[in-house]
Design a protein around this ligand. Structure first.
Ligand code: DAH
Length: 337
């Protein structure tokens, strides 16, 4: 039995040394040390030997098992290192090759439009303010002279939150925040995101507005017209006519709708819907009730306000046919601007 063990050890060690791959090593391990392996069989049969031989053969078999197993592990490490070195030799990195380039980000057409509009108003002395996107009913409606049950609420398609608050439907509530904390004179614009439950080619549930507000002791309608004309000419070129049409907003009196002569045609087109005019914003003289709700005395101050959709302006500036394109983050669209 001793001899069998010695022969087994020598043959197996020779086999291991000649081995070239991990899978061959694994075959050897199974055939010698596995459940039905040669050495396992010998160890199982130690109990059948005469009692005097049992400890000697048992010990020898275990030490053969140990040295075979150590040899196997050693050879595995060796093969791993050889394979690793071979792969390093193959996978040389040529650092002199030109790189593949990378995708450059772009400023979104809406951001670009906000910057251009803000620059224009900054030149007239307006500063830029901001306000919360989650609003109370009071700031979004009540303080702007839109009480409960006022028909103007229907036009706002409001998203209400479980708390009873809402997502602001326009940037006008920032007028209230600013006037509550600052005394006149003030001259501000407020670019920001607004939300309405509405979606088609020209309406997105999330869109952008710029609010404007000028309050002083004797602000006139003529100043409103001059300001808006300056701004629209600055943005679209000063050959285009601007006109004011009487309109209605609860927070201004009188109120106007501002139209710009169509920049794309002389005789009517798809953009102006054959009217030659494009509606660009709402405006008016701040309503006395709005001044009252912020604690200003309506006999001592006057002001004008206006609100415009930035997305509309961006569509006109960059000739974008569908508002939804601006919210899809498609790089093929974005990289055109
Ligand atoms: N808040 C109005 C809207 O979302 C726009 C607007 C109209 C704002 C007239 C004004 C204004 O400040 O004077 O439709």
């Amino acid at each position: 039995m001793k001899q069998t063990l010695n022969i087994l050890q020598n043959t197996v060690i020779g086999d291991i040394e000649r081995c070239k791959s991990l899978s061959d090593l694994s075959d050897i391990r199974v055939s010698v040390l596995g459940k039905n392996g040669q050495l396992t069989a010998i160890l199982k049969n130690v109990g059948q030997l005469p009692p005097s031989e049992r400890p000697i053969i048992g010990q020898l078999a275990n030490s053969v098992k140990k040295s075979i197993s150590e040899m196997l592990d050693k050879k595995i490490r060796l093969i791993n290192i050889e394979e690793w070195n071979a792969s390093l030799k193959e996978e040389v990195t040529d650092v002199t090759l030109p790189d593949k380039g990378f995708l450059m980000g772009h400023r979104h057409p809406i951001s670009q439009t906000i910057t251009r509009i803000s620059e224009s108003f900054r030149r007239l002395g307006f500063s830029v303010e901001s306000g919360p996107e989650i609003e109370t009913d009071y700031y979004n409606f009540e303080a702007l002279n839109i009480p409960q049950d006022h028909p103007a609420r229907d036009m706002h398609d409001t998203f209400y939150l479980k708390s009873g608050d809402l997502l602001r439907t326009h940037t006008s509530p920032v007028q209230i925040h600013v006037m509550k904390h600052q005394k006149p004179p003030l001259k501000i614009i407020v670019p920001g995101v607004v939300y309405r439950c509405d979606a088609d080619v020209s309406h997105s549930p999330v869109f952008h507005q710029i609010e404007g507000l000028y309050v002083n002791d004797s602000v006139s309608m003529a100043e409103l017209k001059g300001t808006l004309e300056f701004f629209l000419h600055d943005l679209f070129g000063d050959t285009l006519a601007v006109r004011l049409r009487p309109s209605y907003f609860p927070f201004t009196e009188p109120s106007v709708e501002v139209d710009l002569e169509c920049p794309f045609c002389k005789s009517g087109c798809r953009v102006c819907k054959k009217t030659r005019w494009i509606e660009v914003m709402g405006a008016g003289m701040v309503h006395r009730n709005v001044f009252r709700s912020v604690g200003y005395d309506p006999d001592l101050v006057t002001g004008f306000a206006f609100g415009l959709g930035i997305d509309r302006i961006a569509m006109l500036l960059f000739n974008i046919p569908d508002i939804r394109l601006m919210y899809e983050n498609d790089n093929r669209f974005l990289k055109q601007f």
